[in-house]
Every structure is written in structure tokens, then in C-alpha cells.
Design a protein around this ligand. Structure first.
Ligand code: SF4
Ligand code: SF4
Length: 75
């Protein structure tokens, strides 16, 4: 099953809040351990895969699975 949701590595998240402030669909929320993505029927923007949350994250904690990422998958 392919997710349309960003994947957040909370161990890398320093809770700066940047991704939350730029996400237009509001699916990113701050939890005790860092940012989480919540499923929402209201999230229409994320289906356009704007990818902005991944781009703004200074620690590389966010990976959008709908984009090819070579870092972890290289041979
Ligand atoms: S890809 Fe865009 S809409 Fe989706 S969670 Fe990230 S910032 Fe929000
Ligand atoms: S931008 Fe990255 S480090 Fe900052 S709160 Fe979001 S996931 Fe955490």
C-alpha cells in the first residue's frame, strides 16, 4: 500500500516547527516526540504532493514517500 503521507523520523526531528508552519493542509502536528502526520479527510493539498515539508526540514527528518529518495535505497 502506497502512502500519500510524509514519513517523519522523530529521532531526527528537533521540533523547530517549520514544517507545521508551511504545511497548507494541516496534517502535521507536534507531538511529545516530534512532528507527526495525521490522516485527514480534509487534506487535499497533500494529494498534490507539494513536498514542501521535506524541503524545509533542516534536519532531514521528513521523507515524502511519493518521491524517489536515493539516500536509503542506494545499492
Ligand atoms: S507534502 Fe505538502 S501538504 Fe503534504 S504534509 Fe508536506 S507540506 Fe503538507
Ligand atoms: S521541520 Fe523537521 S525538524 Fe522541524 S519540526 Fe518539522 S520534522 Fe521536526
Amino acid at each position: 500500500m502506497v502512502s500519500n503521507m510524509p514519513v517523519i523520523d522523530t529521532e531526527k526531528c528537533d521540533k523547530c516547527g517549520l514544517c507545521i508552519s508551511i504545511c497548507k493542509c494541516g496534517i502535521l502536528v507536534m507531538g511529545d516526540d516530534g512532528v507527526k502526520a495525521i490522516e485527514s479527510e480534509d487534506c487535499s493539498r497533500c494529494t498534490t504532493w507539494c513536498n514542501t515539508c521535506e524541503l524545509v526540514c533542516p534536519t532531514g527528518a521528513i521523507t515524502c514517500p511519493f518521491e524517489v529518495v536515493l539516500e536509503d535505497g542506494r545499492e
